[in-house]
Design a protein around this ligand. Structure first.
Ligand code: NAD
Length: 335
């Protein structure tokens, strides 16, 4: 079996690839290694996978020095011709598509980056799967598609027509685009709505990393909406388990299309989340209160019953354990 992981130098892509390689599956990973956040972190993730940054050239295969079933290619998913060539050459069985312009807040100032990678890039992935058929395309959607929805827990049965950021709108668009390709070309697709993922090798633009950094440096942390926010924080290992379980179960309905939530199903108040980080670090945060931010939602809470039915998915890492593991990695990495 050969699997393509896009966004492999990113937080979730790195962990998925590592798990698949550990399971002796052949993985080709691509990423454009953009500078949305420090590229050093992306290169360091790749180093963990045995890829030496010095050998990376655009659209050139680099074999892992330590993991024989892994190959990396620096490639932009908006580069259609090279992407199609890659699919033509490699004949992937499964595609796990995670490359995207992530982040809600950045989308307020940089809308074009989202249209380019998340719409144009996603369309290229669909076209590649249409021209060089795969058994299953699994792609990242987001809990942000629930936007202004009030009814909780968020269910995939709910209508999601009121995104509050362009990021969310691109993710919802991906789901619609996937539906049309599943319908027209019989491409089995599963869209996974991830709920706030955290853990080792995480993203520097997200709360866990921002909070840990500021607390360690004795700087104030920004607490939005006076801390009156709730997030269904989901530990990375639970996300990876969900992805690897579902990838082998392509939808086989008449239109082979599905959307699933993947989250911890235990929303946590922001204050409690900060307390756990303080405890793990043994230091108190200096909190600066800010109003609600544009693009943000108040609360997220995943109903994962569909994923559970299909795969027996059950999140296993509670917040305290997850934060402890995250802080352990954070302090070791930044030391
Ligand atoms: N982390 C979360 O909590 C979360 C929540 C919901 C959805 N998601 C989605 O999951 C996916 C992975 O997120 P992540 O947290 O690992 O983000 P990330 O930013 O760490 O990883 C994304 C990777 O994609 C790469 N990339 C971006 N545009 C590209 C392009 N045009 N061509 C090739 N590579 C490109 C980036 O360089 C990056 O390494 C994204 O689609 C994101 O929107 C993440």
């Amino acid at each position: 079996m050969k699997i393509l992981v896009t966004g492999v130098a990113g937080f979730i892509g790195f962990h998925v690839a590592k798990k698949l390689i550990d399971d002796n599956i052949e993985v080709i990973g691509i990423d454009n290694i953009n500078d949305y956040y420090p590229m050093t972190l992306k290169f360091d993730r790749l180093k963990e996978l045995g890829i030496q940054p010095d050998f990376i050239r655009y659209n050139n295969k680099v074999k892992s020095e330590t993991m024989k079933s892994f190959t990396f290619l620096r490639l932009d998913i908006t580069d259609e011709s090279h992407l199609l060539n890659l699919f033509n050459r490699e004949k992937f069985d499964i595609v796990i598509h995670l490359a995207a312009q992530a982040g809600v807040r950045y989308s307020l100032d940089n809308p074009k980056a989202y249209i380019k990678s998340n719409i144009e890039g996603f369309n290229n992935i669909l076209e590649a799967c249409r021209n060089f058929p795969v058994k299953h395309l699994v792609y990242a959607s987001s809990s942000s598609v629930y936007g202004m929805n009030k009814e909780q827990p968020f269910s995939v049965k709910h209508k999601v027509d009121s995104p509050v950021s362009l990021y969310a709108a691109t993710k919802k668009s991906n789901e619609l685009m996937a539906h049309s390709y599943s319908y027209l070309y019989n491409i089995p697709t599963t869209g996974l709505r991830f709920f706030t993922v955290y853990g080792p090798w995480g993203r520097p633009d997200m709360a866990p990393m921002l909070f840990a950094k500021s607390i360690i440096e004795g700087k104030p942390i920004k607490v939005f909406n006076n801390g009156n926010l709730e997030r269904d924080f989901t530990y990375i290992d639970d996300i990876i388990t969900g992805i690897t379980k579902i990838m082998s179960l392509p939808p086989c309905e008449k239109i082979p299309y599905r959307i699933l939530n993947i989250g911890n199903s235990k929303p946590v108040k922001l204050g409690e989340f900060i307390n756990e980080i303080e405890e793990a670090l043994g230091e108190k945060a200096i909190k600066e209160m800010y109003p609600m931010q544009d693009g943000d939602v108040y609360s997220t809470f995943a109903d994962v019953s569909e994923l559970q039915q299909l795969t027996n998915y059950k999140p296993t890492i509670a917040l305290k354990e997850g934060i402890t593991k995250f802080i352990k990695w954070y302090t070791a990495y930044f030391n």
